[in-house]
Design a protein around this ligand. Structure first.
Ligand code: SAH
Ligand code: SF4
Length: 357
């Protein structure tokens, strides 16, 4: 079969999922030198051009035949909601197969953070999370993960020299390991966006074997563990994957990750009124945090339509934090951004859209 007929039956891959080496290999198949891949990365990730016509240092035949090498198509923004103070924007993206995924940009204290999704839905069914209610539709490809950064960067006109990425949108990133790591490699490429690994945080509910695999990448990526409970009994109820990998194994993996990467692991703790916000919870949480290089991030629960969990009162949140301050390493309370547009932690997914329709 000729190369031409092959191209006509399988659509070209998205550029955004290709490493520079993979792009160079596709170009080599067409007799083109590797430095053309460097030039394309420069146009796309550094000059932010979204059309091959404008890549002026490429030879005309490559510009004209670009669509056979790879696709520059970005998902369509099917809905964009912004908070009244313009600090937070929620993007619903329509993917090629009409699946939808959401991502969020947030500006706090002049720092821009992009919250990325890794899957359409999630299979892990944490009992307080809107995405968990949806079940899993499918994994995102590396290109669909990178595309979220480009859509949000284009929206902000790339005015920020530095920004952070957190995999805290829809889905469990470590359950989509290969595409996650491929996307991180594309995002880090020095001839592309050149994002530092320290600016990227992966949040996991506890896919323990893949925490070790992430450490093996040899990158100082931030790791956040969705702890939310200090006993197996409660965590089994809130985060069902705990039945497979209980707290002791999760915390061992987190400790090893910290040792391997030299980074403190973030312990995320969503505060649910009357469930995990008592003085004994605070004491156990501090004890856990002291046993590994870590920081604690308290997340006041963000309501999800149809769920009975409640956010503690502001006094109860403060009282819990006050208990921790003297006995635990760094403690922060996450500022809730985007609640008014259903864009806060754990609010992404079908339930929030349905409530807005
Ligand atoms: N799947 C990954 C990342 C997604 S969510 C994970 O579970 O870690 C990012 C954080 O928000 C997680 O700690 C998650 O448990 C938490 N979260 C989920 N639903 C929430 C809600 N309704 N309110 C507050 N935090 C929530
Ligand atoms: Fe999935 Fe994370 Fe939501 Fe749990 S909290 S259901 S792992 S997205």
């Amino acid at each position: 079969m000729s190369a031409h007929s092959l191209a006509s039956i399988s659509p070209p891959p998205s550029l955004f999922g290709l490493s520079r080496a993979a792009l160079a290999a596709r170009l080599a198949d067409r007799g083109m030198p590797a430095y053309r891949a460097d030039q394309i990365f420069g146009w796309v990730y550094q000059k932010h051009h979204r059309s091959a016509d404008r890549m002026l240092n490429l030879p005309a035949p490559l510009r004209d035949g670009f669509h056979e090498v790879c696709s520059l198509a970005l998902p369509e923004v099917v809905s964009l909601r912004s908070t009244s103070d313009q600090s937070t924007h929620k993007f619903a993206l329509g993917l090629a197969d009409h699946a939808r995924v959401e991502c969020v940009s947030m500006r706090a204290e002049r720092r821009l953070t992009f919250c990325l999704s890794s899957q359409v839905g999630c299979a892990l069914g944490c009992t307080f999370c809107a995405t968990g209610l949806m079940g899993l539709t499918r994994n995102l490809s590396a290109g669909e993960i990178v595309a979220q950064v480009l859509v949000m960067g284009d929206f902000h006109a790339w005015r920020d020299a530095r920004f952070n990425l957190v995999f805290m949108g829809m889905g469990e990133p470590l359950a989509n390991f290969g595409p996650l790591v491929d996307a991180i490699h594309v995002l880090r490429d020095a001839k592309g966006l050149g994002l530092g690994a320290r600016r990227i945080t992966v949040s996991t509910s506890g896919v323990v074997p893949h925490i070790g695999r992430l450490a093996d990448q040899g990158l100082p990526l931030g790791l956040a563990i969705s702890l939310h409970a200090t006993t197996d009994e409660l965590r089994n109820r809130l985060v069902p994957i705990n039945r497979r990998w209980p707290l002791a194994e999760l915390l061992d993996a987190a400790r090893a990750y910290g040792r391997h990467t030299g980074r403190r692991v973030t312990l995320e703790y969503t505060l649910l009124a009357g469930v995990n916000d008592g003085p004994e919870d605070a004491a156990r949480l501090a004890a856990i945090a002291r046993r590994l290089p870590s920081k604690i991030n308290l997340i006041p629960y963000n309501p999800v339509p149809g769920m009975a969990w409640k956010r503690p009162t502001q006094e109860a949140i403060e009282a819990f934090a006050e208990r921790l301050y003297p006995i635990a390493p760094a403690v922060t309370v996450r500022k809730t951004l985007g609640g008014e547009i259903w864009a806060a932690c754990g609010q992404l997914g079908a339930a929030s859209d349905a409530s807005e329709a």
